[in-house]
Design a protein around this ligand. Sequence first.
Ligand code: NAI
Length: 711
Amino acid sequence: MSTQDPYVRFEICEQTRIGTLWLDGAGGVNKIDHAFGQALLDRVGELAEIEGLAGVVVASAHRDWCVGADLDYLYRERDHERLLGVVLALTRAYRALETLGVPVVAALTGSALGGGFELALACHHRVALDSGRVKLGLPEVSLGVIPGAGGTQRLPRLIGFQAALELISQGRVLPAPVAQAKGLVDALEPTAEAVMEAAKAWIVAHPGHKAAWDRRGFTWPAPAPDSQDARNLFMAGSAMLYKKTAGAYPAAEAAFTAAQEGARLDFDRALELEARLFVKLAASDGAKDMIRTFFFHKNAADKLEGLPHSEQPDFVKVAVLGAGMMGAGLAWICARAGYQVVLKDIAQPALDRGMAHIGKQAAKLARKQGPEQADAVLARIRPALELEALRGADLVIEAVFEDIGLKHRVIREVEPLMAPDGVFASNTSALPITDLAAGSGRPAQFVGLHFFSPVEVMPLLEVIEGRDTSSATVGRCLAFGQRIRKTPIVVGDGFGFYTTRVFTAYVLEGAQLVAEGHDPAIIEWAARVAGMAVPPLQVFDEITLVLGKHVVAGSKPYLGDRLALPGADLVARMVDELGRTGRAGGAGFYDYTDGRRVGLWPGLADLADGPPTETGVQYLAYRLLAVQAAEAARVLDEGILKRARDAELGAVLGLGFAPPSGGPLAWMDRQGLVALVGRLDYLAGSCGDRYAPAPILVDMAARGERFFPVG
Ligand code: NAI
């Protein structure tokens, strides 16, 4: 017997009386849309009618098991009541399955994410395919919502509060083997068939099974919620969470509340509480903005939608010039992606340092995937001092010192050795690509590929088109970027392109606020309250004040005196007179002991004017975001940014611009452009021209426009 349904169908084996509930969504994907809950509830109702039902396997007819909420629906829906209805239907369906009275097993032959993984949690037992391809977990918080169909209730009851909240509040998704080690799944099997067999065998062995929390005498994984240990954990946990999020991530806090409050309630009431918290977030601008940037925009960029395409073949031999901080990392990620790599420097000690860094990456990979994997990657990297090693390279990425004369020399030296159709890329962080291409004999094949540090971790690749860069060159580089798994933005040329312009505005404003006499501790905290991933003085120390000084000086021919602020003078004084160059130098805005940040340097107060007429956390938080948003708008106005998508992805992925805002354009939309322009005019008058609203903002405000239509 079997039934047909657009989402879920079931069949029953006449011999074993085991039913299989097949997730069989349209288009080969199991997504949870507004009608899924009711469909599942209907099927479970039909299952309940079957006489002698021995148990149920929940299985997928597709490659993935269930990828979670249909984000097209979630992004559009703003009506609280409708959303609540949809979520409660889902919750009810999961609960009906869980309390069917027979054992229910999730046969996880593919990924189960978000609402999909919550369905797996509502099953009594989880068997997964033993493969890193199978990803499991609750990523909701990274999209500004919380799990809404029992995730914040079932996971803590399964693996304990601390472990569950760590995963949920960071939105972490784990490969199946790791998920098993953490108790998210019960068993692993080597093949999909074995997963199905193991699921059925478990049913046979556990007749009449109930969820642990539906059994009499259920005990929580320690600590039990009414114990003193749990009270301590909640207190410390919420303090720690606040320290981490500074209140800027409402979803992480709501997940904590749902788990903590839910523990005190009867299970069904707890599910309802969670559903209500979910709806409040899901209907908010915050969630819409995060979903747009981190899901729609990121996916579109990863699929290279609307970007140049090249018919030319992929690169084979990649040469990286300069084995410094960036070069060594670049060589490693290229070799990992399968390219043959030459890492070239001019000095043996520099090359040795670069290879030592690569050795550390290899050791990490060996621990994860075995020594053979790591050795295979290492075997693809050839360190070299001699130019001849570069012969035939079809992609060269230069990461030598940031000096235009040196870069020109290197370009002239290397180009004649390259494959005739090869591409020369510069990883400069600010120098205009057109100016660098003046040293090239084939500027159509010259491009900017701006990576971020640490290059193994940072997900963004900023591709910069010089005046003469061909679209085929960009297309080839985008295919390369896809292979090394970076999310691309493509921008026009100009000093600092996009990301360096905004990042410079941010860190220099940090220094400027110190110079104006604001309390440095409050500056740092305000940045966190604004949602910035890293506070400005801390990150300034990381990149070094020397670099900051260098960028300010280097900007003069291009931006005039735009960056010549008292803050920039303060940085120059710290470097030149006080020898405080940043973390690497052992002293900067912060003091360091053995490389560890120990606190803000008290001497900063003596370098400041002051006291400022206006200050406070909210004022500073606003300024730190506004100065970046104003700069982003200017870059857009100048035509360097070509897509709103790139403005958002570049800022959040490249420099940690407040992820909960969705990006600078979404942040401006949320202020309302009319109000924003007024506020920027005021700040331009009181703090300087860098706040002045770009013409595009003024025009859009006058026309009543926004960057993104309301969800
Ligand atoms: P680094 O100072 O760590 O390394 C530069 C390396 O280039 C040194 O090992 C040096 O020996 C080598 N070198 C100098 N002349 C050379 C030549 N003619 N041929 C081959 N190698 C040569 O510098 P880092 O930080 O790796 O930066 C390199 C480039 O990447 C710069 O243009 C920088 O602006 C850019 N960049 C840096 C980022 C960062 O966070 N450090 C981020 C993004 C871009």
